[in-house]
Design a protein around this ligand. Structure first.
Ligand code: 9WN
Length: 617
């Protein structure tokens, strides 16, 4: 069983670090100082060893074997854990990543270490060719990077790192150095990546969302012609079991999408793959709250950012919430509009099994689940009857799993109904009639399909842990929170019942596989985010239980990359950095303190009044 002794906290609600010990210890003797000093074989010490072993001098690799460079969202999670050991090292982790930012604001998903052989990881720097192919987008000249991005956890991490040692942070000017870069990063996502026109950011590659091989991508990926097998060599199979990793067909499609993006100079807006994802956008919103706090620490008010975070939350509910399944779903922006109602439809008939078997199911794109809620919240609302109309093509799905979600719900009748069913939109649109205002505040022109008033594209009918991660957000409508909690505990995720950590994908989904990458196993970062989300909404007992389960799984799996959701058998790489870092973060959190790891809830409670109606920050 994991040791979970809590550590004292600062007035920020962040763990207190022994600065004197840190400043006086000699780097070579005591690279890391903490208080109190734990037992030599404790979970704490072993987690520290993992982070020490994966530290390169300026950043931390996710895994020495499988991922020998710096990854973007990994570094953010790693910094959140490192801050408890060495706030300076945590700052360095983030600043190394930010130094590779492109001039258009994007933070690349990989920063390559030039001393690592080219064949150690694929796609390598000679595939991405950032300094040449990325020149127009402002890729840095001195460091090689990939050209795609990963979820924006960085501002949240920067704020938490600052809170670990505000004195050191202020003395080093940490926040004033990172703030403009983080602001540019959010600008890039909110403007260049608002491909659906409704204010949310889109991902243009499955690797951008971070859950690479999720069944959510099966339908949109099926439209992509794979790169020929012989045109690339996978390095991941040198380290991981083929049956746990994505298939060759998936890889062919990943390579094709990345190569096309590169060959188009990394210009946004043309990708064959464009998806609005709930976790990606929830993390963007959580980070926008964090940027508001950073702005405030730097002397501005932060009100504009705080208000934007709330507008983005409303946009996410409008575009991605599916009352029928009680979960946020992904929106496939490239799904075609149907001929009869003008509603969006999927246009692929291929669905791949994890073994690349030929098509065996209809494409899983789900156009109508929350059509009514959307229609009612747009200026050109159609009648409820029409919005509720059923799919008009055999490609649509009212999948058994989704239907099951309805009948298996323990919700009181009516509570589980869509906004259309109750006649009340979950979020009243604040846009003046006839004009859709983007949650970023900008008028977006054409956020919806002009002929129907519905958001472009179609929801993807796959239940992923991504859809639970918006629990992080304090401004969610209460009925959405209740439904999310029921879904987490229900048969599709089984949290606290058949599973102890939330599985990455629907336990009842056709594509479920307890070991294959992002198609069922439980990951530690998503579990940490759900834990924080539970605390945000006052579910402290459930959060405490999940916290214990995360710590125990980290302990018994030797800090595995991910685990079987039923047995907790370790899978993927061992000694994985974010597993160690987030375990450390939970070790340092005091369960009874009722503060989420992200602190967003306390932020909101403390500052709601101040943030309303002030000047833009
Ligand atoms: C591609 C590094 C990364 C994580 C991702 C995870 C995996 C890479 C891969 O490893 O992705 O970026 O080669 O599969 O899916 O979330 O950031 O740990």
């Amino acid at each position: 069983m994991a040791t979970t002794k809590p550590i004292d906290r600062t007035c920020f609600g962040e763990p207190r670090v022994d600065r004197t010990a840190q400043l006086t210890s000699r780097a070579d003797e005591h690279p890391i100082a903490y208080d109190p000093r734990p037992a030599p074989d404790s979970l704490h010490v072993r987690a520290v060893r993992v982070l020490e072993g994966n530290w390169t001098g300026t950043s931390t690799v996710p895994s020495r074997s499988l991922y020998p460079h710096q990854w973007s969202w990994d570094s953010a999670f790693i910094a959140i854990g490192l801050r408890h050991l060495s706030p300076l090292r945590a700052q360095t982790e983030l600043e190394t990543l930010l130094a590779a930012q492109w001039q258009d604001g994007r933070i690349p998903h990989i920063v390559f270490n030039p001393s690592v052989p080219l064949d150690a990881y694929f796609p390598s720097p000679d595939f991405w060719r950032s300094s040449t192919a990325g020149r127009a987008a402002g890729a840095p000249r001195t460091v090689q990077t990939s050209g795609i991005v990963q979820p924006p956890v960085h501002a949240l991490a920067a704020w938490l790192v600052h809170c670990a040692d505000p004195g050191l942070s202020r003395a080093r000017g940490f926040l004033s150095r990172v703030y403009p870069r983080l602001a540019a990063w959010h600008r890039y996502l909110l403007h260049r990546r608002d491909l659906g026109g409704g204010g949310l950011a889109s991902v243009v590659h499955p690797w951008e969302q971070g859950m690479d091989n999720s069944p959510c991508w099966d339908a949109p990926l099926s439209r992509v012609t794979p790169a020929p097998d012989r045109s690339f060599r996978r390095a991941d199979l040198d380290h991981g079991a083929a049956e746990d990793r994505p298939t060759d067909l998936d890889y062919g499609r990943y390579v094709r999408l990345a190569a096309d993006y590169r060959d188009g100079g990394y210009e946004d807006g043309r990708s064959e793959f464009a998806v609005e994802d709930p976790a990606f956008n929830a993390l963007l919103i959580a980070s926008e709250y964090a940027l508001a706090r950073i702005a405030r620490e730097l002397g501005a008010t932060g009100t504009a950012r705080h208000a934007r975070a709330e507008r983005l939350t409303a946009a996410m509910v409008e575009r991605l919430w599916d009352p029928g399944s009680g979960l946020f779903l992904c929106r496939d922006l490239r799904a075609e509009a149907g001929p009869e109602t003008g509603e969006s439809t999927a246009h692929s008939t291929e669905h791949r099994s994890p073994t690349d078997a030929p098509a065996r199911a209809h494409a899983r794109t789900y156009a109508h689940s929350n059509g009514a809620a959307q229609a009612e919240s747009t200026a050109q609302a159609k009648s409820t009857a029409r919005a509720e109309s059923t799919a008009h093509s055999g490609e649509h799905r009212s999948l058994p799993s989704l239907a099951g979600a309805r009948t298996e719900s323990t919700a009181p009748p009516g509570e589980h109904r869509s906004a259309a069913g109750t006649g009340t939109p979950l979020h009243q649109s604040t846009a003046p009639t006839g004009e859709h205002r983007s949650p970023t505040g900008a008028s977006t022109g054409s956020p919806t399909d002009a002929s129907t008033g519905s958001p472009t594209g179609a929801l993807i009918a796959e239940l992923s842990v991504s859809g639970l991660i918006p629990l992080l957000l304090p401004a969610l409508p209460r009925e959405v929170v209740s439904a999310l909690l029921r879904t987490a505990r229900g048969p599709h995720f089984g949290l606290g019942d058949t599973t102890r950590l939330p599985p990455s994908y629907d336990l009842r989904g056709e594509a479920f596989d307890p070991h294959r990458y992002w198609r069922g196993p439980a990951w530690f970062n998503t579990s940490w985010l759900v834990e924080s989300g539970l605390r945000t909404h006052g579910e402290h007992q459930a959060a405490d239980t999940l916290r214990e389960s995360i710590l125990e799984a980290a302990d018994t799996s030797d800090f595995a990359e991910y685990v079987d959701p039923y047995t907790q058998e370790p899978c993927g790489a061992l000694g994985f950095s974010w597993t160690a870092a987030l375990a450390l973060d939970l070790l340092h959190s005091r369960p009874t303190h009722h503060v989420s790891c992200t602190g967003i809830d306390t932020f909101d409670e403390m500052s709601n009044e101040e943030f309303r109606g002030g000047n833009p920050g």
